[in-house]
Write a protein that binds this ligand. Structure first.
Ligand code: TXA
Ligand code: MG
Length: 329
């Protein structure tokens, strides 16, 4: 596996075509760990069914769980999906960015059936992350990419996280530092009569509802027939148990804190990680998966989690925390 370091503060990596060998490898069917503004992705050519089978194998992912295809522009997205007026409005407002749109699949799109898991719809995203867009454009391929973690485990926000889970299964990994958002994209389906929130994520629901001018329908979690199968209840799971809404710390617990007011017996904590002392939800989102990983390594059997407000990005943070706390199957 080759590791590439990219400094996003300069455009030298673009002008020098530093990553051309990686784009060529993608076009030839390789698996690559790629930074995005949300989380690191495990990318492959979405038109290459064999390469995409490699994604499912590397992650140990159930084969019914479809993948997001990443493209460099709305124009490229429209080659694969059918965008109605609502979809165009959302794409124009939020792309590039942390929003995935599920739209009807366009006939003749070369995206592999394995990516859509046989559905008539397609999940598309134009990421803000320049590396991912550059690779899609330079490889000339839409890039299928789930989060670059083993299925059911904590999503990666650094290249080291990716290597920790998937070393030996990747041809390349690109290191562009920590992901600025730190939570997966928000997924909205426009394939049905009403716009539906399939997964809360890095773009707050209220921003989407403002642009649509109507509330989103919220998809129910149904483990037997998941609408967005990543929405299965147990997910993002650390090794330790997770105790939500903790007002105190029990002996032996680690503490995932939020805000400046410590819980009762905070001194009992084996280790403390504060998502945001200032109570800032964007900062907390960016720190969430890192904090879970660090506290998991503390060896504590249980991670106590202070309450996080449900507004703005808190909806997605609490969604991930509830999944981390859910009984494991
Ligand atoms: O931020 C993100 O979205 C990251 C980065 C790498 O872009 N990707 C990501 O992908 O989180 P993944 O594969 O972990 O999650 C994709 C979600 C799954 O819950 C999947 O079920 C859903 O998208 N999905 C994909 N295609 C779908 C479709 N046609 N209809 C409904 N849900 C779909
Ligand atoms: Mg994932």
């Amino acid at each position: 596996m080759q590791r590439w370091s990219v400094d996003l503060k300069s455009t030298a990596w673009m002008t020098s075509k530093l990553l051309q060998p990686v784009a060529d490898a993608l076009a030839a069917g390789a698996l690559v760990g790629v930074p995005t503004e949300t989380v690191y992705g495990l990318a492959a050519d979405a038109t290459n069914g064999i390469a995409c089978a490699g994604i499912y194998a590397a992650k140990g992912r159930p084969s019914f769980n479809p993948l997001i295809s990443h493209v460099e522009s709305l124009e490229a997205a429209r080659c694969h999906g059918i965008f109605d007026e609502r979809a165009l409005r959302l794409a124009n407002a939020f792309w590039p960015g942390p929003l995935t749109l599920v739209v009807p699949r366009r006939e003749g799109s070369p995206i592999a059936d394995l990516v859509t898991a046989g559905l008539e719809t397609l999940a598309l995203r134009v990421p803000d992350a320049p590396v991912m867009r550059w690779l899609a454009e330079a490889s000339g391929r839409p890039l299928a990419a789930p989060s670059a973690n083993l299925s059911g485990k904590i999503s990666p926000t650094t290249a080291d996280d990716v290597i920790g889970d998937l070393a030996g299964k990747l041809a390349h990994v690109i290191d562009a530092g920590s992901c600025p958002i730190g939570l997966e994209s928000t997924i909205v389906s426009l394939a049905g009569p009403r716009p539906t929130l399939l997964r809360p994520g890095g773009l707050p629901r209220s921003a989407i509802e403002t642009v649509l001018g109507e509330p989103l329908v919220v998809a129910e979690t149904d483990d037997a027939a998941p609408m967005a199968p990543g929405m299965m209840t147990s997910h993002y799971a650390p090794g330790a148990h997770v105790r939500l809404d903790a007002k105190d710390v029990q002996p032996g617990e680690a503490l995932l804190a939020f805000g400046s007011v410590p819980p009762v017996n905070a001194g009992h904590a084996v280790q403390v990680f504060n998502l945001s002392v200032a109570g800032d939800l964007a900062e907390a989102a960016a720190n969430l998966f890192k904090g879970l990983r660090i506290l998991d390594r503390s060896g504590a059997a249980t991670i106590a989690v202070q309450p996080v407000p449900e507004r703005d990005l808190g909806e997605a943070i609490n969604d991930r925390l509830r999944r981390a706390a859910a009984p494991r199957s």
